[in-house]
Design a protein around this ligand. Structure first.
Ligand code: BTN
Length: 266
């Protein structure tokens, strides 16, 4: 441990108690807040439950990766929603969550961030937050668990890869309680607008996402879940939230995959 490192204070539980419509629970340690909230959703936990841990030890990432962070250095939390929108609009939930994180980071005094499709939150091409949205079938209907891992005070050697960053490394050592409040505030705004529109992104969400998405217009390499590789130019996001990639004159809609920005399109 670096003895010069600024202290890492715990989350302020009193502030987090008054965050209606959210009900925030903080636990000292958890293997994965997503795994725990998925189980709670199946047991009937209500919409609005937020589970935060000060130390996540076996977090789930996208595409079966892990997401582990040092105690109190990151914000690691999951949110339970039961949105009453048609199934065909659900793929927008991960994108909506990305928009809310970008908004929340900015509102809390952090840097301007961009979204690498679908929802990696980046600062100048370096990943500062990762999001994992999971759909769960429960006895009272489908639920969504939105997991957010946001790097706050990690030093370079505490990050898993050289392409990652933290808010502190970007010159914005934001207080985690303030940040959590700001992200949840942005999230409630985005979710309410989306549900009020019946899930149709064309009312507001698609534009909000496009404004923040740094992938469209770029030359991309996409690692598909089938292990196929696709290379082309990202031209947009369709009404189902898929990334449109122009490959040899035809357009392919990608609904899942790992995107690498190869170089800015000329
Ligand atoms: C990614 O691979 O980019 C997504 C990472 C998502 C990590 C967050 S941390 C809180 C929540 N709980 C988990 O187990 N995963 C998510």
């Amino acid at each position: 441990m670096n003895p010069q490192r600024p202290p890492r204070p715990p989350l302020d539980l009193v502030t987090l108690q008054g965050l209606a419509p959210w009900r925030v629970e903080v636990v000292e340690e958890s293997p994965s807040t997503n795994a725990e909230l998925v189980a709670r959703a199946r047991e009937g936990a209500p919409e609005g439950l937020v589970l935060v841990t000060e130390h996540q030890t076996a977090g789930r990432g996208r595409l079966d990766r892990v997401w582990v962070t040092p105690p109190r250095a990151a914000l690691t939390f999951s949110v339970l929603l039961r949105p009453a929108v048609a199934d065909r609009w659900w793929p927008w939930l991960p994108l909506l969550t990305g928009v809310a994180v970008v908004e929340g980071v900015r509102a809390a005094g952090g840097p301007a961030c961009g979204l690498k499709w679908p929802n990696d939150v980046q600062v100048d091409g370096r990943k500062v937050a990762g999001l994992l949205a999971e759909r769960v079938e429960t006895p009272t209907g489908p639920a969504a668990v939105l997991g957010i891992g946001l790097n706050v005070s990690q030093e370079r050697e505490e990050l898993p890869v050289p392409t990652a960053t933290s808010l502190a490394l970007e010159g914005a050592p934001v207080d985690r309680t303030r940040l959590l409040c700001a992200v949840l505030d942005a999230l409630v705004g985005q979710v309410e607008a989306w549900v009020a529109a019946g899930g149709d992104p064309s009312h507001q969400l698609a534009a909000a996402y496009a404004e923040r998405c740094v992938t469209v217009g770029q030359q991309v390499r996409v690692h598909l879940p089938s292990e196929e590789l696709l290379e082309g130019r990202a031209t947009g996001v369709d009404t189902g939230g898929s990334l449109l990639v122009e490959v040899d004159g035809r357009t392919v809609a990608v609904s899942a995959g790992d995107v690498v920005h190869v170089r800015p399109a000329g």
